[in-house]
Design a protein around this ligand. Structure first.
Ligand code: SF4
Length: 488
């Protein structure tokens, strides 16, 4: 395993992120040199910058003069050296260049807000950070689509996320907190009981702070892993305790066809969902088996047709590039099959390997197909079929540091996805693993409140969940004077 080590920096965070783009996400980073057969090292010295790599019994070093002033510019210079050195040594050229952040589109929004020219934004992407021009063009096009959506949000806007952390079986690439219903099904009823209490609390807090609910998203896990009656009860509860008058979008992840039947799809529709997600990930039965899914591609088609029959008019379908056993041809064929179904949205993810997933421990990196080519191959057929990219984000551990991109037919963009990705407004989250993100009215400050991760912990320590949520009042108390508003 390749070891990574860094010297001379107070924080090696940026340098490590650049180096990690060139090595498998499972490679370790350590701060103190030790004798490792394979390693990469980068040093910020007082008079020099240095990079070195030892692989296959061979060492290569590069050292350049640099007058260290102890500023961020020194670390940036080292990152530039790491990037060019590793491009030379590995033959890889990461499409986003040295941009390691998760929200490249945000950079376009921020620079435009500061009044910088389109040329300056392009130079920042393509010259300073060495991103490929086509990546810059995608980021700019997405920012254009998002601008009017972001203007829908006001200073008191928020969205609500409701988490159902249960699934019929665990996919091999999964790193989410999700429990299999066969093993943990007995937790569902007590979990939903607490979840509904938390929804009551959140609704009350939102009312008190005069917040405006814009979008609602029920995700997971797999929300359809619970019964039709439980789903109906939960959705009706949400509708009854929140002020629904301004809600623009209500999404439910219908996720997997192995637990999504006509009855559940009809309940979701009757309870007011305006958008659902049916996520094949691949349309290859062999790849579905390889990732541990217990359904076929035909089941996905049947589920999609049932959803249309019961009246769903906005459907998203997710695909993942880089799944084990998949090939470039196989991925293209999955994409064609999904396009042929005609969902309003198609989201193309790149496989992300996290330590919590079985794939990281059981599979070698070379089992993954040509991921970059898969991702590249999407744009043209999607554009031809009338889909345009509308949100994009990256995650740590994504294969080849690629991105996840949501495509939509114009006018069907998932608003929640834009609001959460671009941190436009507050997201109040209910349920295990929920992360509440509080965004100040001017967008300059963000604070988070985390719920307990696992369903059992959430149930047993629910009082603490309630206590932590009091932080929402504290946060808004800094921006709004509720007493004087009430007396007006
Ligand atoms: S359906 Fe999603 S949350 Fe559930 S196991 Fe698979 S990847 Fe994880």
């Amino acid at each position: 395993m390749m070891e990574l080590y860094f010297e001379g920096m107070q924080s090696c965070y940026d340098a490590e992120n650049v180096a990690r783009m060139f090595f498998s996400p499972a490679h370790r980073a350590t701060e103190r040199p030790k004798r490792a057969p394979e390693y990469f090292t980068a040093v910020l010295g007082t008079r020099h910058l240095l990079c070195g790599v030892r692989r296959d019994g061979r060492c290569v070093w590069k050292r350049v003069k640099h007058d260290n002033q102890g500023t961020k510019a020194d670390v940036f210079a080292l990152c530039g050296l790491i990037y060019s050195f590793l491009c030379e040594q590995t033959g890889k050229r990461p499409p986003w260049g040295m941009l390691t952040g998760v929200r490249p589109v945000r950079i376009v929004h921020d620079m435009r807000r500061r009044g910088e020219s389109e040329e300056a934004i392009e130079r920042f992407f393509c010259d300073t950070y060495r991103a490929q021009p086509d990546k810059f063009r995608v980021a700019r096009a997405i920012a254009d689509v998002q601008a009017p959506i972001m203007r829908l949000s006001g200073p008191r806007s928020y969205s609500l996320y409701i988490g159902i952390p249960f699934c019929p079986s665990r996919c091999s690439y999964c790193s989410f907190v999700s429990k299999e219903t066969a093993k943990s099904g007995k937790l569902i009823a007590p979990y939903l009981e607490k979840l509904e209490l938390e929804l009551e609390d959140i609704a009350e807090t939102a009312r008190r702070n005069r917040m405006q609910l814009e979008t609602v998203y029920i995700g997971g896990g797999t929300p359809t892993a619970i019964s039709a009656r439980q789903l109906e009860h939960l959705m009706n509860k949400a509708r009854s305790c929140f002020d629904w008058s301004g809600v623009r979008e209500f999404t439910v992840e219908a996720g997997r066809p192995d637990c999504t039947d006509e009855e559940k799809l009809a309940v979701i529709k009757e309870c007011g969902a305006t958008r659902i997600s049916i996520n094949p990930q691949t349309m290859s039965d062999e790849v579905l088996r390889a990732i541990g899914r217990k359904h076929t591609a035909q089941d996905i088609v049947d589920c999609y047709e049932t959803a249309r029959r019961v009246g769903h008019t906005c459907i998203n379908m997710d695909l993942i590039a880089g799944l084990p056993r998949d090939t470039l041809e196989g991925f293209r064929s999955s994409l064609s099959e999904v396009i042929a179904l005609g969902p309003e949205n198609i989201t193309v993810h790149t496989l992300t390997l996290k330590r919590a997933s079985t794939l990281v421990t059981e599979h070698a990196a070379d089992e993954y197909g040509d991921v970059a080519a898969m991702v590249e191959s999407c744009a043209e057929p999607l554009a031809r079929a009338g889909y345009a990219p509308y949100y994009l984000y990256r995650q740590k551990g994504t294969l080849q540091n690629l991105e996840n991109t949501g495509f939509a037919k114009p006018g069907t963009e998932g608003l929640y996805n834009v609001f959460i990705m671009e941190e436009v407004h507050t997201i109040l989250s209910a349920g295990a693993g929920g992360s509440t993100k509080l965004v100040s009215p001017d967008g300059s400050r963000i604070e988070r409140i985390f719920n307990h991760k696992y369903p059992l912990e959430y149930i047993e320590r629910f009082d603490e969940v309630r206590r932590r949520k009091k932080g929402i009042d504290d946060f808004y108390g800094r921006y709004f004077d509720l007493d004087s508003e009430a007396s007006r």
